[in-house]
Write a protein that binds this ligand. Structure first.
Ligand code: PMT
Length: 409
């Protein structure tokens, strides 16, 4: 049966993207019923939404005609997922406080389904402690989040607050509909990492050689993204700092997209403090020292020499940081003497736990869907069977939840 989405369109300059979102969802065979807030109607018309959804658009809480056809309680429950896009600061504040003074807020309070919010607002509004408090409350209540993204905003500023792109929201919707049972339903018991803040790094870094070429590696981001997803499913507030990957942003996670190791370090430090840090990214150890502004050209003097300099070590920096998280977890990607090298990294980088994996080409770990990991701590080594990267992530997150509880980290 086709999945039914109840889409609440809030007011904001990015509301136009909700039209493309509807189109993308319908292309995937989903049915979309739209609710347009009063502010939303300032940016998109009910007619466009009705045309694209092929259904009546709901706007009023006290509409006799609409209520006669379908009561608002029924509207809130006759869906597989409720999506708010764009989710404005005001809508989030109302939902966090449990207001029910218009159709959208009433539906959010009355639903028994998962809610996925795609925030969009000015960066200062997003970063304001009031909004962050509301988001933390809503996450604790089981609301899922996609975005906001970072970038240039309509107001001329630059930073977090941009509505995620329609395809990113679609990916988050599909993940939520896939029914990850670790994502709590509204009103369910909080997960084992509820109230905790987790930073995860994922994917490769790209280190420019010139404006068109770069040094990279084969990391796909699958393992790191699965860890971020599992931590969010366990109730944590998650910041995922990702290098360039093609896997979609996980649902319910704030994603910061970076390219280089130095940008990754900056984003990680900006996301501190946190309770747990998991460094799953394959960070390039070296970058080209001299910045080359123009494309390198072939010439009579032969191939250029790339003078490499060392990148900052993000894991070691976090482990020795004034705002050190209680639990600092690194990975070790090795092709020989896996355990020996991992133990050396544990000591050298001063972290609490190293997840070691063999990335020799024959294992297919980099870019693949499965992983065989060894948990290396000062107390010893524990080897897990080969598991899907999602299962490695879930087991790892369960272990981290136990460790933070035991150690009071
Ligand atoms: O992305 P996938 O295709 O799913 O593959 C997953 C993976 C193999 C990339 C992942 O499981 C993994 O092993 N990640 C760590 C890769 C790596 O860079 O390992 P390393 O042994 O070179 O580094 C050790 C640790 O130091 C890592 O936690 C790394 O994030 C960190 N590091 C390394 C260099 C650097 N400059 N800064 C760092 O923080």
């Amino acid at each position: 049966m086709s999945k039914r989405i109840l889409l609440i369109v809030g007011g904001g300059i990015a509301a136009y993207k909700s039209l493309d979102l509807v189109r993308r969802l319908r292309e995937r065979g989903m049915s979309v019923r739209a609710v347009l807030t009063k502010a939303g109607a300032e940016f998109v018309t009910p007619l466009s939404l009705a045309g694209l959804t092929g259904q009546e658009v709901h706007q009023e809480l006290f509409s006799l005609t609409a209520e006669a056809r379908m009561g608002h309680i029924e509207l809130s429950r006759d869906a597989d997922l409720v999506v708010i896009a764009p989710a404005t600061a005001d809508l989030l504040a109302k939902a966090a406080q449990g207001h029910a003074d218009d159709l959208a807020s009433t539906l959010l309070l009355a639903t028994d389904k998962r809610i996925l919010a795609a925030p969009s607002m000015n960066l200062r509004m997003w970063l304001h402690p009031a909004t962050q408090r509301n988001v933390a409350t809503l996450r604790g209540d089981g609301m899922l989040f996609v975005g906001p993204g970072d970038g240039a905003m309509a107001c001329g500023e630059f930073g977090p607050g941009r509505l995620s792109e329609p395809l990113e929201i679609v990916a988050a919707i599909e993940a939520a509909l896939a029914g990850d049972t670790t994502i709590p339903l509204p009103g369910a018991q909080p997960g084992p990492l509820a109230g905790r803040r987790v930073i995860v790094t994922s994917g490769p870094t790209h280190e420019p050689i010139d404006p068109v070429r770069y040094i990279a590696n084969r990391s796909s981001g699958k393992q790191g993204h699965a860890i971020a997803q599992a931590a969010a499913g366990a109730g944590a507030e998650v910041v995922l700092v990702s290098g360039p990957v093609t896997v979609p942003d996980p649902a319910g996670v704030r994603c910061v997209h970076v390219e280089t190791a130095r940008q990754m370090l900056e984003a990680v430090e900006a996301a501190l403090p946190a309770d747990i840090y998991v460094g799953a990214a394959a960070v390039a150890d070296w970058r080209v020292g001299a910045a080359v502004v123009e494309k390198l050209k072939k010439g009579p003097s032969g191939p250029p020499t790339l003078g490499l300099v060392e990148n900052p070590d993000i894991l070691a920096t976090v482990a020795s940081h004034a705002k050190r998280p209680g639990l600092v977890v690194g990975f070790a990607a090795e092709t020989e003497k896996v355990i020996d090298h991992a133990q050396a990294k544990l000591a050298r980088k001063k972290c609490d736990l190293i997840v070691a994996n063999d990335v020799s080409p024959a294992t297919g770990v980099m870019g693949g869907d499965a992983n065989t990991v060894h948990l290396v701590t000062g107390a010893g080594v524990e080897t897990w069977p080969t598991l899907s990267k999602q299962d490695v992530a879930k087991r790892l997150v369960e272990r981290l939840a136990t460790l933070v509880k035991e150690t009071g980290a």
